[in-house]
Design a protein around this ligand. Structure first.
Ligand code: GLP
Length: 253
């Protein structure tokens, strides 16, 4: 309790919460933040996320690229996480997800997108640092408060590492695997400290399934019970959500 209170007292949080009526509006707004960042920043370094929430975001980025409004030619990206034990061309891998939904459709050079590697997880943070650091990190949120694959219990100081997935996360992601294929038990993920080093963070949450966790993450105590709550310790976080995901947030007084 004391630790939680201290964390709150030291909190210099500047979490900005932007609510939209519909998920479609929230998704477009999140994509527009990325577009603005990419077009206004020379050699932008992006932190990218997977999950169902992000599919419409990447659809917007593809569309803007097709229409000639957005180029990734000078961008570099680092994805948050990947399952252990899957070949990169496995259709359920996050590499496949990103190729299918973004990389194969835009002009980002092949060597410029990066995924954490289970055999050398510690090299990822150094690589991010060598690239100049992540300028904009896109995040989703798991129903148990995970960000990347930092499950409840994750340490504030954690770095890119191999983690064991919770049963609830494996169940939530089972639909991304063919029937009868178990979700891997382990994954490699950027750590909390890695994520908090990004200059700016944009978290997108849509749908009523995220309402409870959004309140816990941004209006509850900071701590490992809800890893997304560590984002309150960052000085430039924007949460973009629809009214369904925002339903349990208290209105600012
Ligand atoms: C996944 C990913 C996260 C993602 C989260 C929510 O397992 N590792 O990066 O944000 O779970 O996923 P969804 O958007 O499908 O709800």
């Amino acid at each position: 309790m004391t630790a939680q209170l201290l964390a709150k007292a030291e909190n210099t949080s500047a979490v900005e919460i932007i609510r939209f009526n519909t998920a479609a509006q929230a998704e477009r707004a999140a994509a527009a933040v990325l577009r603005r960042h990419i077009t206004q920043t020379a050699n932008s370094v992006l932190g990218l996320a997977t999950g169902r929430t992000m599919l419409p975001v990447y659809a917007w980025l593809r569309q803007w690229h097709r229409e000639g409004e957005l180029s990734f030619a000078q961008s570099t990206s680092f994805n948050l996480d990947e399952y252990c034990g899957l070949a990169s061309d496995d259709p359920s891998s996050f590499v496949s997800y990103m190729r299918l939904n973004l990389f194969d459709h835009v002009d980002m050079a092949k060597g410029r997108f990066h995924f954490p590697d289970q055999t050398h997880p510690e090299a990822f943070d150094a690589r991010i640092r060598d690239s100049g650091g992540i300028g904009l990190q896109l995040l989703g949120i798991g129903r148990n408060g995970h960000i990347g694959f930092n499950e409840p219990g994750a340490d504030r100081g954690s770095r890119t590492r191999v983690v064991t997935l919770s049963v609830s996360t494996r169940m939530a992601n089972a639909g991304d695997f063919p029937a009868g294929t178990p979700v891997p038990e382990q994954a490699v993920t950027m750590g909390i400290a890695t994520i908090l080093e990004a200059e700016r963070i944009v978290l997108l949450a849509t749908g009523s399934g995220k309402a409870d966790i959004l309140r816990r993450a941004f209006q509850g105590p900071v701590g490992s019970d809800c890893p997304a709550s560590y984002l309150q310790l960052h000085n430039h976080v924007t949460v973009i959500c629809d009214s369904a995901a925002a339903a349990q947030l208290e209105e600012p007084s």
